[in-house]
Design a protein around this ligand. Structure first.
Ligand SMILES: C[S@@+](CC[C@H](N)C(=O)[O-])C[C@H]1O[C@@H](n2cnc3c(N)ncnc32)[C@H](O)[C@@H]1O
Length: 263
């Protein structure tokens, strides 16, 4: 069996509390989507509360991306889409065509997204040039070539990985490396979390740009989901430092949009 080896510097930042470790397990999500949740479920933040700053980021990337190019398609990936409506909202509201991919390791989540997309198409006019691909894969080892995307959205997925007491930091490092690999230069990794910037920014910086000793994916990362293969060994790609924006809701709750750019 091929191996996924990753050198992560020992870091002292504690990010994510380990309460609810089940959230880091494939079996938990499979069970949840197969037998319990069958309808839209936002882990936190409704699409309307976050779509605008995401579209602003997309507009920024697009402005840089389209300089000197005739093709204005932006390639978008949702990492761990679950039953969230966020990416469908992005597709509806983005003024330019998107080539979008939604990924989750639970097939029922993708079946749901397919159904939801068809319902949306009956209600609203989607940009006829946009496309959506639903892909069942492990976000730690994605079946795409390096540089295939301009924007990656992670709403609560690194948060879920961080619930793993033993391997949460290690897996977050893998996710960071994988998203960085997928991004084109100038592309952005957008992460939405409830974790405070005091801890999350330090943590994100600490796992960004860590060196990989080797990158041979195909490893079975979780208990029962199918093996996924990522592309060929990447060059070593880098991210800029991380920024954030606070999203304040009524009744005092606060969430954060974090972003970094592929340099
Ligand atoms: C906290 S939920 C967030 C779902 C959605 N983004 C939202 O905002 O409601 C985390 C999602 O990531 C998916 N996930 C967790 N680990 C994954 C992995 N290694 N590969 C693919 N999907 C994963 C889970 O199935 C779940 O749908």
């Amino acid at each position: 069996m091929l191996k996924c080896i990753f050198n992560l510097q020992k870091n002292t930042v504690i990010s994510g509390d380990f309460h609810d470790e089940k959230l880091s397990k494939f079996s938990y999500w499979k069970n949840r989507y197969k037998y319990r949740n069958k309808d839209v479920f936002e882990w936190f933040l409704e699409p309307g509360e976050i779509v605008e700053p995401i579209l602003n980021n997309i507009a920024h990337i697009q402005a840089q991306h389209s300089v000197g190019k005739t093709n204005s398609f932006l390639r978008y990936i949702d990492i761990g889409c679950g039953l969230s409506d966020l990416s469908l909202h992005v597709l509806i509201h983005c003024p330019r065509p998107l080539s979008a991919a939604m990924v989750d390791f639970v097939s029922e989540a993708l079946q749901y997204q397919n159904k939801r997309m068809q319902e949306y198409q009956q209600m609203v006019q989607l940009n006829s040039e946009s496309t959506l691909h639903l892909i069942c894969a492990d976000v730690l080892c994605l079946p795409f070539r390096a540089g295939e995307f301009d924007v990656a959205i992670d709403k609560g997925t690194m948060d879920a990985l961080l619930k793993d007491k033993g391997q949460g930091h290690f897996k977050s490092g893998l996710l960071m490396a994988e998203v960085t690999r997928l991004l084109s230069p100038g592309g952005r990794y957008l992460q939405i979390s409830d974790e405070d910037p005091d801890s999350r920014l330090l943590f994100l910086e600490s796992i960004s740009n860590t060196k990989r000793a080797a990158w041979n994916c195909g490893k079975r990362v979780e208990e029962t989901h199918e093996e996924s293969m990522c592309g060929a060994a990447p060059d070593f790609h880098k991210l800029s430092s991380w920024n954030f924006k606070s999203i304040q809701l009524k009744f005092g709750s606060e969430y954060f949009l974090y972003w970094a750019e592929r340099v």
